[in-house]
Design a protein around this ligand. Structure first.
Ligand code: PLP
Length: 438
């Protein structure tokens, strides 16, 4: 089920220094101990029990602002919408909603992928026109709910165009295309490629999509694509290849006479999880999009999930066992893949950090394992780790995106609790640029 790792790192010479990529305002070492916004994590764990998500309420704002600032610097008219599926928690939604009116440079709309998410966004303060729905295998029952609200709807197949067109002829819609090239942390996270994926209208079906839109008088004003998720700094060229392919499809939609005014480039920006992984250069990303889309005079829209949420939270638990089996040392935690699915489902690398004496050198290679009765419930293998004692608190980093949203009761293990810690967000550098549109 899990994908291949982004990079196979050679086993380091031991002892290795503690990783440092993750240190940032609000997540740091205080008096030798890991701390979020100045709070003592061991005390929080003792109070709430494991698994415990610890969220930094300033971080989603900082991350979203950094993207908005790069788009401003690139002089690109833009709209940002938060991918709700990555974290539907009301406290996170509140800080994003408070950033400004959706459609203004500072504001944040919502990217929804189901009727449930649309209703959730509406009940948490977003107006219908600030919500964009892009769904897969959307049923007629789903359309009944979606069409009851004047939200933006992107249709990701000829079938969707036909079925929505019959129900709502003349409606304004977007078309999600499949650009035939993708970018992802690994192959499984690329949402387009030579082999068709289940998403979007592929180039060979675009004429059928155009015909269906015409037949029902649909006003297509948006083209959407999502290249994939979790891609990193050395993969910008892969995203750019998808964007270039998408602009060819944009040309065809424009030639067909549709008044496209928005190109939605999806989400997908990844966050590093190891010292060796290259971060995305957000200005380079904004620059690539500006270069390819400015000539069209369209608004670019963005729907990041992980880029906003991944480093917002960590997941606390305890080392319950240190056990040698053959040539492998297993460090067993009271956390399972039911709350920490990043490695199991997506193949993301995970970083595990001791709460006490956080920066002590890594002296051994271990396998970090969870408490679900499945062999694949592993968080890291051949992983440099310090000597740890049973009972020690540890943190799994990058736990803010998707993890809690996807938590399940497998083996009737707990789905975890969460605390939300406040901090004043830092402001990114902002040079004057063209204002956001709409
Ligand atoms: C259409 C669409 N938009 C946005 C996202 C958010 O992706 P990410 O969290 O990688 O930014 C996804 C994720 O699957 C998606 O499918």
């Amino acid at each position: 089920m899990s994908g291949t790792p982004h990079r196979i790192e050679p086993a380091p010479a031991l002892p290795a220094p503690a990783p440092t990529w993750w240190r940032r305002p609000g997540l740091d070492v205080v008096d030798g101990r890991l701390s979020v916004n100045g709070a003592d994590l061991e005390a929080l764990l003792a109070e709430h029990g494991a698994p415990l998500f610890v969220y930094d309420l300033a971080r989603p704002v900082e991350n979203m602002r950094s993207l908005q600032a790069a788009l401003q610097r690139a002089g690109l008219p833009y709209v940002t919408r938060f991918a709700l599926k990555s974290c539907p928690d009301p406290r996170i939604l509140a800080v994003l909603r408070a950033m400004g009116e959706p459609g203004t440079p500072d504001g944040v709309g919502i990217d929804a992928c189901s009727p449930g998410e649309v209703l959730h966004a509406l009940s948490h303060g977003w107006a219908p026109d600030a919500i964009s729905h892009t769904g897969t295998n959307v049923s007629d029952r789903d359309f009944d709910v979606l069409l009851a609200h004047p939200i933006r709807i992107n249709l990701d197949g000829v079938s969707q165009l036909e079925r929505l067109g019959r129900r709502a002829p003349g409606r304004t819609v977007g078309i999600r295309v499949n650009p035939g090239a993708g970018a992802g942390y690994n192959e499984g996270l690329a949402y387009a490629g030579e082999r068709p994926t289940k998403f979007g209208v592929t180039p060979d079906r675009l004429d059928d999509a155009i015909a269906a839109a015409r037949r029902h008088g649909l006003n297509v004003d948006t083209m959407h694509f999502h290249a994939g998720s979790g891609w990193l700094g050395d993969q910008l060229h892969e995203f750019e290849a998808a964007l270039v392919n998408a602009t060819r499809l944009l040309d065809r939609l424009l030639e067909a006479g549709f008044p496209i005014r928005e190109v939605n480039v999806g989400g997908g920006l990844g966050r590093v999880a190891r010292d060796a992984e290259p971060p995305v250069d957000i200005d380079a990303y904004a620059g690539v999009i500006a270069r390819h889309l400015k000539p069209y005079g369209v608004t670019a829209s963005f729907e990041p999930g992980d880029f906003v949420m991944k480093d917002v939270a960590l997941l606390l638990g305890e080392v319950v066992s240190v056990e040698r089996r053959g040539d492998t040392t297993f460090v067993g935690l009271d956390i399972g893949w039911n709350v920490n699915c990043e490695a199991f489902i997506y193949g993301y690398a995970q970083e595990v950090v001791p709460v006490r004496d956080t920066m002590r050198p890594r002296t051994q290679l271990v396998t970090v394992a969870g408490h679900i009765n499945e062999a694949g419930d592993l968080f890291a293998q051949d992983y440099p780790f310090p000597d740890v004692a049973e009972g020690e608190p540890v943190a799994i980093l990058n736990a803010g995106g998707y993890q809690q949203a996807m938590a399940m009761t497998h083996c009737l293990r707990p789905t975890g609790t969460a605390v939300y810690l406040e901090r004043q967000p830092e402001r990114p550098e902002r040079r004057p640029g063209r204002p956001a549109a709409r």
